[in-house]
Design a protein around this ligand. Structure first.
Ligand code: CAA
Length: 445
C-alpha cells in the first residue's frame, strides 16, 4: 500500500472579528501588549448568529469536496472532532452529512459517522482513526472526511476570554495523499488531569496557569515516547513544528523546552556550551529543587541565544501566523498551525517536497501526541487553493458592545434578539429548531 495522509484541507473562519488590542484590551483595563506580545494574539474570530459548529464544518467540507471533485460516494466515513457539541447522543457528523446531502447528488448513507472527544487532541485522534481504517483495508477505496470544528468561547470575564476563537478545518484522509503523509510512529503523554473541563456546562472551568504546566508536561512525555519508536529527534531534522496553539505565547514556552530536550547530548549543546554552559544533569544535584532551578536558568539563557532564536524563527514562528489572527479553535488549532507553516513556505517560494514536520497535538484532561508528516509532491497546489486570507480580510469588525451581544447570542443561558451582522452567501446557515429540539440548516444560494 502507498502512504496514507492528508490529501486536502479547507479552513472556514467564523465571520466576525474582535480586535484584542484596540477593542478588547481597553475594556478589560489591560495594556494592548498583554495580548499582542504576552499571549501573542491580535484578533479572535467569532461565529455570526447564523453560524455554529455545523455550518462552519459543513462549509469547510463542502468546499473541500467541490475542490477535490468528490461525490458522496467517494467518502466512506465522516468523523467530527469538537468540544462544542450541543447533543449528547446525535453526533455533529450526522448534521454535517445532512448538510452535504443538500448540495451534492446522491447520499452518505454508506458513510460511517462519529464524533470524537478528547478536548483539542480529538481532531488528530480522528485522523488516526481514518488512517487505521484505511491501513486495515476497510475503506473500499473511499476516503475519510475529518472535520475539526469549535466555537471556543469562555464565560465572560474568565481569563480564557482573551484566547477565544471559532472556526472549522476539514481534512480529507486518503491513500497516496497530495499534502502530507503521516508517520506510523507516534508518541503519547496521557494522564488524568483536571486543568480544563466542561462538566455538563457550555463554557469551560479552567485552571489557566495549571493548564499551561500540564500542556508542557504531557508534550514532553509524548516527545520522549515518540523517541522510543521513532529514534532520537534532531533539531535540524524538521522544517516546521506545528503545535497545538491555544495562543502563540503557549507555543513560545513549549518551543524552548522542546529545543532544550532535542539538543541534549548533541553537537548543538556542545557548540552552545561556550556561551551558556552545558545543560544541567540531575545526577549533579543533591535535590530536585536545585536541579529544577538550574534547568530553568539554563532554559532562560538558551532562549536568548542566536542559535535558538534562528531555529525558532525558522521552525516555529511560521506556524503561528494564522493563530495570531483567529485565536484558539480548540480541535482545529494544530491543523491551522500546519496550514499556517506550509502557507509561509509557499509564500517564500520554498520547495518543501520531502521536508518533514514534527506535529504536536494536545488536549486538556490531558493528552499530547507527537507524530511526523512528510510533505508530498502536490502540496503547493493544495496550499495555493486555500482562500483563508480572503475570508479573514472580509470578517465583520465588532465593536465591544456588538461582541457582548454575539457572546450572548451563542450563550445557551441568555436570551438574545441580536440580528446577524453579515449576510450568508452560498453557504450553510442555521435555520431554527425542529420539533424534537434538533437544529436545522439550509444552504443559502
Ligand atoms: N506587555 C507584554 N507582556 C505582557 C503584558 C504587557 N503589558 N502584560 C502581561 N504580559 C504577559 C505576561 O507576562 C504573560 O506572559 P508569560 O506567561 O510569558 O509571563 C502573558 O502576557 C499573559 O499574561 P497573564 O499570565 O497575566 O494572563 P492571564 O493570567 O490573564 O491569562 C491564561 C493567561 C491563564 C493562559 C489565560 O489566557 C487562560 O486561562 N487561557 C485558557 C487556558 C489555556 O489556553 N491554557 C493553555 C494550555 S491548555 C490548552 O492548550 C488547551 C486549550 O486549548 C484550552
Amino acid at each position: 500500500m502507498t502512504g496514507v495522509g492528508i490529501d486536502g484541507i479547507e479552513i472556514h473562519t467564523g465571520k466576525l472579528r474582535l480586535d484584542l488590542a484596540e477593542t478588547f484590551a481597553p475594556e478589560m483595563g489591560d495594556a494592548p501588549e498583554k495580548y499582542t506580545k504576552g499571549l501573542g494574539l491580535h484578533a479572535s474570530s467569532f461565529p455570526d448568529t447564523y453560524e455554529d459548529i455545523v455550518t462552519m464544518g459543513a462549509n469547510a467540507a463542502h468546499r473541500l469536496m467541490k475542490r477535490k471533485g468528490l461525490e458522496p460516494d467517494d467518502i466512506g466515513r465522516i468523523d467530527v472532532a469538537t468540544e462544542s457539541a450541543f447533543d449528547h447522543s446525535k453526533p455533529v457528523s450526522t448534521y454535517i452529512g445532512g448538510c452535504l446531502e443538500q448540495v451534492f447528488d446522491g447520499d452518505l448513507h454508506h458513510a460511517n459517522k462519529g464524533e470524537r472527544k478528547f478536548a483539542c487532541v480529538a481532531g488528530t485522534q480522528s485522523i488516526d482513526d481514518a488512517y487505521n481504517w484505511i491501513k486495515a483495508g476497510r475503506n473500499r477505496g473511499r476516503a475519510a472526511l475529518v472535520v475539526a470544528t469549535d466555537t471556543a468561547l469562555y464565560a465572560r470575564d474568565d481569563p480564557g476570554e482573551a484566547t477565544q476563537g471559532a472556526g472549522a478545518v476539514a481534512m480529507l484522509i486518503d491513500e497516496d495523499p497530495d499534502l502530507v503523509e503521516l508517520s506510523t510512529e507516534q508518541g503519547y503523554g496521557s494522564a488524568d488531569e483536571t486543568d480544563f473541563l466542561k462538566p455538563q456546562q457550555q463554557f469551560p472551568s479552567v485552571d489557566g496557569k495549571r493548564s499551561v504546566n500540564v500542556y508542557l508536561a504531557r508534550m514532553r512525555e509524548a516527545l520522549v515516547d515518540y523517541e522510543q519508536v521513532g529514534g532520537k529527534i534532531h533539531a535540524e531534522d524538521f522544517r516546521l513544528g506545528p503545535f497545538h496553539t491555544p495562543f502563540p505565547g503557549m507555543v513560545r514556552k513549549a518551543g524552548v523546552l522542546a529545543y532544550r530536550h532535542i539538543t541534549r547530548d548533541t553537537d548543538i549543546e556542545d557548540e552552545l556550551a561556550e556561551e551558556i554552559g552545558r545543560q544541567p544533569r540531575s545526577e549533579a544535584f543533591e535535590d530536585d529543587e536545585a536541579y529544577m532551578e538550574a534547568l530553568s536558568e539554563y532554559t532562560d539563557a538558551l532562549k536568548d541565544t542566536e542559535r535558538y532564536r534562528e531555529w525558532y524563527e525558522r521552525t516555529i514562528d511560521p506556524t503561528l501566523d494564522l493563530s495570531r489572527r483567529v485565536g484558539n479553535w480548540y480541535t482545529g488549532s494544530v491543523h491551522v498551525a500546519r496550514v499556517s507553516g506550509l502557507k509561509s513556505l509557499a509564500e517564500a517560494g520554498e520547495d518543501a517536497v520531502g521536508k518533514r514536520l514534527l506535529v504536536g497535538s494536545y488536549g486538556s484532561g490531558a493528552q499530547a501526541e507527537i507524530h511526523v508528516e512528510t510533505v508530498q509532491e502536490n502540496w503547493l497546489e493544495e496550499i495555493d487553493a486555500l482562500n483563508i486570507d480572503e475570508q479573514l480580510a472580509s470578517r465583520y469588525e465588532l465593536s465591544f458592545e456588538e461582541y457582548e451581544d454575539v457572546h450572548d447570542a451563542h450563550n445557551y443561558d441568555e436570551e438574545s434578539a441580536v440580528e446577524e451582522f453579515t449576510t450568508p452567501d452560498a453557504e450553510f446557515a442555521f435555520d431554527g429548531w425542529g420539533r424534537m429540539g434538533e437544529r436545522k440548516y439550509r444552504f443559502v444560494e
